[in-house]
Write a protein that binds this ligand. Structure first.
Ligand code: WT7
Length: 657
């Protein structure tokens, strides 16, 4: 056995018991599993009581028309009221909701719940004045500034579903999302701070608006622009409005309306197996119940004393559930940070932990591996003793990174919760409970109380302990996606057709000999790069939209830092000749322009042919072998097996950053 295999084995057999003091005081105890098992719906009703309902529900779950679920039927509530007003009414107005930290040093701001309420009310009045009504969609394209949270809550407050688009996405990506969900308003900023410099956002919005205008004239009625950096921006007086002109002048008084539990709260686009991103729809009641319950239970939040920090960007679902809705519903005090981890120095995150005495910290394995690479001496310069609980999300965490995180960041004492979930699930479904579970590095362990997860074989039968298969969820849960925006058929087909009666997550998993779950990663054409989901097909479409490209195939290859990395094989058109000296850069930039910088291939190989089966399907498995520099596997089903030899030779001369 190799050394590496041996060290993995020893990691796999390690276990970390909950600290005794946490075991005695944890919010969620072992009894919750039994309680949920004996009365699933009663358990969820109890979790729903965490929120303030204007009208109580008549029925916890209507599952008469699967897979279309209705939770808390007949209940009425307002998500923004639950996240803000009720805490102020309860006397917590002076409590800090966010310690906001800008990337430029000395640029920080504490926002109390009372201030947040005023800001949200002003923004709700302002967008109402722009003609936004209940049911209208609003796109939000902002950096990590307080206005991002304020804008989301203002939309929620008036019942206008928001769709937040990650600021790193391109104009093209923004316009396709605006068109798909029919957004009338875009809320953005002139720019933001990244790596010590002001970057621009507004030009991408202008470009997106022009694209939308060409397809659906008049759809976007206004663009509301926050001034963050003060840089010059082009201005379209017909639709552009400064946030400070409109919002700052608006009243802080706004009566919330209460909406049906199933009223749409937001749409979040995520990559699927086809070229077109899917608009995941979450609704008000069930989603907020899921976010609040899991944030309280899995992070063991003690709202009075904890300082919580989730490093995710607001443009991803993690930012929605665990930076905005969950923590605010629970009256948490959170940190929100605008910039990158290494500006102006590689200890920035730990400096923030020290300064605000962060006690609960939630980040992604890719960040943890980056810090490991930067070295232990960086976190060692800071006092991290306030930390009592660490979380991981977005991709499988390798045992080495888990142990480093626990030892170096958590001083060997803090539990680490490895939380599995998806944009679709709305909140965490599989995770250890910090006060209950003896956690194993690399395993998300067990479905949380209320959730029924399983690993099944091709026939949909539960596999025995010690075996692998597909991860499924057997029972509906409150924060589940309700459908794909405008596409019920694709919703049924994507998640509910593979194993009838079960939600198919798209992940492979194994149960170990104790029955604990190890999530292995996607089993479809979806890649996971630094915890971000990217579609192979979407990147292929971006590549073939370049005039020099005839054909493209994309695979996710294992990468030590980012989990997976995008590797592309490209056949050029005859008219393009050899593509010219800058062809690789040209194509990488083109992908960034079409989708966003996160989708840029790490590696592009210009090839003469692609390996295809006799039926014409690209054999991605073989391409992955080459990209990972493995011996190429079985090629007997290839139409022409000389292709692989050509590619393997090409791989040796490919360009990497
Ligand atoms: C996919 C969902 C959930 C918010 C961030 C990503 C992978 C997520 C884990 C984990 C192993 C994980 C899965 C999943 N994933 N968390 N703890 N262990 N894999 O959200 O973009 O919707 O991606 O991320 O493959 O299906 P997303």
């Amino acid at each position: 056995m190799s050394n590496e295999a041996l060290s993995n084995l020893s990691h796999e057999s390690r276990r970390f018991d909950p600290p005794a003091e946490l075991a005695a005081s944890a919010n969620l105890t072992a009894a919750a599993y039994a309680e949920a098992e004996s009365d699933q719906l009663g358990f969820w009703a109890k979790q729903a009581d965490r929120l303030t309902w204007e009208t109580r529900w008549d029925e916890v779950l209507d599952w008469s028309n699967p897979p279309f679920a209705k939770w808390f039927v007949g209940g009425k509530l307002n998500a923004a009221y639950n996240c803000v007003d009720r805490h102020v009414e309860a006397g917590a107005g002076d409590k800090v909701a966010f310690h906001w930290v800008g990337e430029p040093e000395d640029d920080s701001r504490d926002i109390t719940y009372a201030e947040l309420k005023d800001e949200v009310c002003k923004a709700a009045n302002a967008i109402t004045e722009l003609g936004i009504e209940k049911g209208d969609r609003v796109a939000i394209y902002l950096p990590m500034i307080p206005e991002a949270v304020i804008a989301m809550l203002a939309c929620a407050r008036i019942g206008a579903p928001h769709t937040v688009v990650f600021g790193g996405f391109s104009a093209e990506a923004l316009s396709s999302r605006v068109l798909d969900c029919g957004a009338k308003l875009i809320i953005t900023a002139d720019g933001g701070y990244r790596r010590g410099a002001a970057s621009a956002l507004k030009p991408a919005v202008d470009e997106a608006v022009a694209k939308v205008e060409a397809e659906q004239p008049g759809l976007v009625e206004n663009v509301l622009v926050v001034r963050r950096t003060g840089q010059d921006v082009a201005w379209n007086g017909d639709i552009d409005i400064w946030w400070h002109d409109l919002v700052e002048e608006s009243s802080t008084i706004h009566e919330p309306e209460f909406f049906d539990a199933e009223h749409p709260l937001y749409v979040m686009y995520t990559s699927g197996t086809t070229g077109k991103p899917k608009g995941i729809l979450h609704t008000t009641g069930g989603y907020l119940v899921g976010a609040a319950y899991t944030h309280w239970g899995i992070f063991d939040l003690k709202a009075e004393t904890d300082v919580y920090w989730c490093t995710a960007d607001i443009g991803w679902v993690t930012g929605h559930s665990y930076m905005v809705y969950g923590p605010l519903a629970n009256q948490a005090t959170s940190v929100m940070y605008e910039g990158v981890p290494d500006a102006p120095h590689k200890g920035r995150w730990w400096e923030i932990v020290e300064k605000y005495k962060v006690s609960i910290f939630y980040t992604a394995p890719t960040a943890i591996r980056t810090f490991m690479k930067w070295g232990d001496d960086i976190p060692a310069k800071f006092d991290l003793s306030s930390l009592r609980l660490l979380g991981s999300v977005g991709e499988p965490i390798n045992p080495e990174a888990y142990i480093w995180y626990r030892e170096t960041i958590g001083s060997g004492k803090t539990p680490v919760v490895d939380t599995w979930w998806q944009t679709e699930t709305g909140s965490i479904l599989i995770s250890p409970l910090p006060g209950v579970t003896s956690a194993k590095p690399g395993s998300a362990m067990k479905a949380i109380p209320g959730i029924v997860a399983d690993v099944v074989n091709d026939e949909g039968e539960s596999v025995p302990d010690g075996s692998g298969g597909y991860l499924v969820i057997r029972e509906p849960w409150p924060s589940m996606l309700r459908t794909l925006w405008g596409d019920d058929e694709r919703f049924k087909e994507t998640y509910w057709s593979r194993f009838p009666g079960m939600y198919f997550a798209g992940d492979g998993a194994k149960k170990d000999s104790d029955g604990d779950v190890w999530v292995l990663g996607r089993v479809d054409d979806v890649m996971n790069v630094s915890g971000h989901r990217l579609s192979t097909t979407e990147i292929e479409s971006a590549l073939v939209s370049h005039p020099k490209v005839a054909e493209a195939a994309v695979v996710g290859a294992t990468d030590e830092m980012t989990g997976q990395a995008v590797c592309a094989y490209v056949i050029l058109r005859d008219t393009a000749g050899d593509g010219g000296p800058d062809i690789v850069k040209e194509l990488r930039d083109h992908v960034a322009k079409e989708i966003g910088a996160i989708a840029k291939p790490r590696q592009i190989m210009i090839v003469a042919e692609l390996p295809k089966t006799r039926s014409g399907k690209i054999m991605r498995r073989l391409l992955r072998d080459v990209a990972e520099k493995r011996e190429v596997g079985d090629v007997t089903t290839l139409a022409d097996d000389s292709v692989m030899r050509l590619i393997a030779e090409g791989a040796a001369t490919s360009t990497e950053d």
